[in-house]
Design a protein around this ligand. Structure first.
Ligand SMILES: *[C@@H]1O[C@H](CO)[C@@H](O)[C@H](O)[C@H]1NC(C)=O
Ligand SMILES: *[C@@H]1O[C@H](CO)[C@@H](O)[C@H](O)[C@H]1NC(C)=O
Ligand SMILES: *[C@@H]1O[C@H](CO)[C@@H](O)[C@H](O)[C@H]1NC(C)=O
Ligand SMILES: *[C@@H]1O[C@H](CO)[C@@H](O)[C@H](O)[C@H]1NC(C)=O
Ligand SMILES: *[C@@H]1O[C@H](CO)[C@@H](O)[C@H](O)[C@H]1NC(C)=O
Ligand SMILES: *[C@@H]1O[C@H](CO)[C@@H](O)[C@H](O)[C@H]1NC(C)=O
Length: 415
């Protein structure tokens, strides 16, 4: 109960933050901007389908080069995969602000603009850049750099300019680029463990390769998968405890680090809530809570709170993020009651004061396998972490009430 002051302080800070955010202007929304222009609706639709819209909304100082429906239909007639469409459309998002005025007054009459396609790292060499050149008669030509210097498209009109956040323009044609149009391998050809191994999650990747859980990951590649892999030092330190688990529990622990849906970093940053994992089997089992705090995204189990520390891959339908702690599910690692606390199971203790309306826990009668071979693992981190977790649960529910209240306040103020 000494946790109360913390949550109150947190609530006050949050109220202030929310009050501020209630008065500041909102970031741009490309979907909404384009929705006013029916002739650009196909382009708009594919920005959403490829999840590029969310990426565009998360960036400033950019230019979106939209094309009208007929030009999109020409592209779609070739039946490119959604991944190829994503590459092509990301070539149409310039990582600089070009309003109509700047386009017609380019220094020295020509410039190369980096694009979102170039930024994915998928584009080799100079492909991924767009050449913009001022031509005779006030025309502005556009061409992909890897298109033999041919400027096949031209400026049509300005759609919307929000200096210097986002400029949306219309150009006459889809920019042809052999690299962007190359068939993109489907996700099932992705080498998950290879990507993880090469970027600081080798220990986790090797553990996964030696386990049945690897197949579960593979099976989910096409439908959408998000992996949270603990960094090498972290997972290495955890190995002795891992080795102590039964085979079934090892698999469950590894599957607990995968989520059977694609969640981009921007989605994670804008959505708090409970998330099922590959280990989930039935209601409220092996889940964790995603909670973001500004730019920081945390994953909270009843026992640990991990932070996302990096992105190894974030391309529909697969994302891989690194985290700074191993996620310990309460189903495997019972947070042992700290010496001072009385008997109740830690999860009930956490829920009781804050969320009476959540019917969450009722569904789960004492999970039998939890007690039979209850492992002696994790006594050390669980003790201090239990307090942390209670605190988290209280704060979380506080946030919900504060949010609701503030939303009301915002509405009243706006009226
Ligand atoms: C431009 O973007 C910044 C950062 O997102 C935002 O604070 C500002 O309000 C935006 N300006 C306009 C005019 O929308
Ligand atoms: C952007 O606008 C569209 C259409 O109005 C809406 O569905 C979507 O939720 C908005 N996105 C954000 C991030 O606000
Ligand atoms: C413009 O051209 C001049 C002379 O060729 C050159 O020195 C300068 O760097 C160019 N500026 C840009 C922005 O390319
Ligand atoms: C852009 O393309 C034109 C035409 O091929 C070429 O003359 C110009 O040098 C290119 N601009 C840049 C910056 O590469
Ligand atoms: C995946 O990558 C690893 C490491 O780069 C490599 O050893 C392994 O053979 C690759 N697997 C496949 C199926 O390509
Ligand atoms: C592994 O389990 C044994 C027996 O339950 C226990 O004594 C030991 O402390 C455990 N080791 C670790 C690292 O958890």
């Amino acid at each position: 109960m000494q946790l109360r002051p913390v949550s109150v302080a947190g609530t006050v800070v949050l109220s202030l933050l929310l009050l501020i955010s209630c008065t500041t202007t909102q970031a741009h929304n490309i979907t909404r901007i384009l929705a006013k222009h029916p002739e650009l609706s196909t382009f708009n639709h594919y920005l959403t389908l490829t999840h590029l819209a969310a990426e565009i909304n998360g960036k400033t100082t950019i230019t979106v080069c939209a094309v009208e429906n007929a030009a999109m239909n020409e592209l779609l007639a070739k039946k490119p995969s959604i991944y190829t469409i994503k590459n092509i459309l990301s070539l149409h998002v310039l990582l600089d602000y070009f309003g109509a005025k700047k386009l017609h007054q380019i220094t020295n009459g020509t410039a190369l603009a980096a694009t979102m396609f170039q930024a994915t790292g998928t584009a080799p060499g100079s492909s991924g850049f767009v050449n913009i050149t001022d031509l005779k008669g006030g025309k502005v030509g556009f061409g992909a750099e890897d298109n033999d210097g041919i400027l096949s498209s031209s400026f049509v009109k300005s759609v919307e300019e929000i200096p210097y956040n986002i400029s949306v323009i219309q150009i006459s044609k889809v920019l042809p680029s052999n690299v962007a149009e190359a068939p993109t391998p489907g996700p099932s050809q992705l080498n998950l463990t290879g990507i993880m191994s090469a970027h600081g999650c080798k220990v986790f990747a090797e553990t996964l390769l030696a386990s049945d859980a690897e197949k579960t990951y593979e099976d989910n590649l096409d439908g959408g998968l998000t992996v949270f892999c603990p960094e090498d030092e972290v997972f290495k330190a955890f190995l002795p405890k891992y080795k102590n688990l039964t085979a079934a529990r090892k698999t469950a622990l590894l599957e607990y680090h995968g989520v059977p849906v694609y969640q981009s970093l921007s989605t994670l940053k804008s959505n708090n809530g409970v998330m099922n994992t590959l280990a989930t089997d039935g209601a409220n089992k092996f889940d964790f809570t995603v909670q973001n705090d500004g730019e920081v995204v945390t994953l909270r189990t009843k026992i640990t709170t991990a932070k996302i520390t990096g992105t190894l891959l974030d391309e529909q339908p697969v994302a891989i993020f690194t985290i700074d702690k191993v996620l310990l599910p309460r189903e495997l690692f019972k947070a042992e009651a700290p010496t001072s606390a009385p008997a109740p199971a830690p999860e009930e203790a956490a829920d009781a004061p804050a969320a009476p309306k959540k019917k969450k826990k009722k569904a789960a009668p004492a999970p039998e396998d939890d007690d039979t071979d209850a492992p002696a693992d994790s006594p050390d981190d669980s003790a201090d972490v239990t307090a942390d977790d209670d605190n988290g649960a209280v704060r979380f529910d506080g946030v919900r009430y504060v949010r609701a209240g503030l939303a009301l306040l915002c509405v009243i103020l706006l009226l």
